[in-house]
Design a binder for this molecule. Structure first.
Ligand SMILES: O=P(O)(O)OC[C@H]1O[C@H](O)[C@H](O)[C@@H](O)[C@@H]1O
Length: 452
């Protein structure tokens, strides 16, 4: 049974039968660029074989560190942004009880994993400090570059809190740094203080790093099964190797979204019918957006959460500007189902659903939405997942990673760089007065004054 399967049956009115086959030659070329390393960004392809070639010694250390954190901390503060944040966040949401954050520690059997350094909000930091209160805590600071502003600021604050609570020596046993093997400020500081460090391999970019220590340590600390996560990714690595579009569903997805993009469907909504998959879409948005949005082109990745957003965005999707395509990640079997109870009266008009399972209703909603949106001119693709467990998540992660890489090459860009994110940083450093950015700051301040 396929753990992840791709369904393009709702595309009939948007894509002719011949079109997929006509992408085959381009897909072969993209596959070669990716697998032979002949494409742009070839130095960042090590995620391709991570599920097989990961560092087993480090993997064991990750598990040991997770155990230690579980034994001595009620809270784990995970500090990171972008690719150093979203993977762990989405996986923890995906793999736990929906109210995991609110569960009593005994039921959770693991520390509460909270995230910081993913914004510059001072209130958020204040509130998190209040949440930690006098609880025992540890810090996992994650940054590939080791110099990103948001996590650096948060780390200063939480490190100070930790040192004040435990003293320098014990604090050093409660800080876990995940960073570059040898470069960057974080690595230098970690070495000087003797923190346990984990490596973000050189050949793995941030948005492709969830199956490295970046994702694995927080996920393991949360009590989820990282062996199964890797096993699922490995199964996907073995599955999506043949570039033949009749056989490779990840490549099919990449090809279809490019066919649709070239017809003017320039925004893709990643959708779910499970609230605990909201963050999965956030992870996917970085993966797709940073990989593909460059050289003044690329599909704009967006998301919607159903059925919730059918009552807000639904109107736009049904009848707004016709540049949307949708990709639903549809869970086929929920971990827990719920029967709609019988009631004495039928004042709510729900008698016709008595005794039915809620998930059956959810699936009918999905089928109804696909039909309505297709009729409204929105192409819909579906990625079915059979379960919401660690194995399936690993599989799903790999499905999207490989699909987005192929998709980027199909659109003629380097899927593994992100030059555009530097523009705002340079301006911000100028305005903040960072040494070396004085000229930028002066120029910007002048421009702002002129515009007043
Ligand atoms: O891990 P870091 O070096 O701190 O980077 C965190 C994130 O910020 C950057 O601005 C990049 O756009 C992202 O690709 C990266 O994932």
């Amino acid at each position: 049974m396929a753990h992840v399967s791709f369904d393009s049956s709702a595309l009939k009115q948007f894509v002719h039968d011949n079109e997929l086959g006509e992408m085959q030659a381009m897909v072969n070329a993209a596959d070669q660029q990716l697998r032979q390393g002949t494409g742009a960004g070839a130095d960042f392809r090590d995620w391709l074989h991570l599920p097989t070639d990961y560092d087993k010694e480090e993997f064991a250390r990750i598990k040991a560190a997770a155990k230690k954190i579980q034994s001595d901390s009620e809270v784990l503060v995970v500090i990171g942004i972008g690719g150093s944040y979203l993977g762990a966040r989405m996986a923890i949401d995906f793999l736990h009880n929906s109210f995991y954050q609110a569960q009593a520690p005994a039921a959770r059997k693991a520390p509460l994993v909270v995230f910081a350094g993913n914004s510059l909000s001072s209130s958020y930091v204040h509130d998190l400090i209040e949440l930690i209160g006098d609880k025992d805590f540890s810090i996992n600071v994650i940054s590939k570059s080791g110099t990103t502003t948001e996590p650096s600021i948060a780390f200063r604050i939480f490190k100070e809190l930790l040192v004040n609570k435990y003293g320098e020596e014990e604090a050093n046993h409660r800080i876990y740094a995940t960073t570059d093997r040898q470069r960057g400020a974080l690595k230098t500081e970690a070495d000087a203080a003797g923190w346990e460090t984990f490596v973000i391999p050189d050949g793995v970019g941030g948005r492709y790093s969830v199956l490295t220590a970046v994702g694995l340590l927080p996920i393991a600390a949360s009590g989820a099964d990282i062996d199964q996560l890797m096993a699922g990714a490995k199964a996907a690595e073995d599955t999506y190797v043949d570039p033949d579009l009749t056989k490779n569903e990840a490549y099919q997805y990449a090809a279809y979204r490019n066919i649709l993009y070239r017809k003017g469907f320039t925004t893709e909504l990643l959708e779910n019918y499970e609230p605990n998959m909201t963050m999965f879409a956030e992870w996917w948005k970085q993966l797709a957006g940073e990989s593909e949005g460059k050289d003044q082109k690329g599909i704009y990745p967006s998301s919607a959460n159903f059925t919730t957003d059918l009552h807000s965005l639904g109107q736009y999707i049904q009848e707004g500007l016709r540049n949307l395509m949708e990709t639903v990640v549809k869970l086929d079997t929920p971990n827990h189902d719920q029967v709609i109870p019988a009631a004495e009266s039928n004042l709510d008009g729900l008698a016709y659903l008595e005794g039915k399972n809620m998930d059956w209703v959810n699936t009918k909603a999905y089928e109804a939405v696909v039909a309505a949106h297709v009729a409204g001119g929105v192409p819909v693709m579906t990625v079915h997942i059979d379960k919401e467990d660690a194995f399936t998540l690993g599989y799903l992660i790999y499905f999207f990673e490989v699909a987005i890489a192929i998709s980027g090459y199909l659109n003629g860009i380097n899927p593994f760089n992100q030059p555009g994110v530097e523009a705002y940083k340079t301006n911000m450093f100028g305005l903040l007065g960072k040494p070396g950015y004085e000229e930028v700051g002066a120029k910007l301040r002048q421009e702002m004054a002129d515009n007043q």
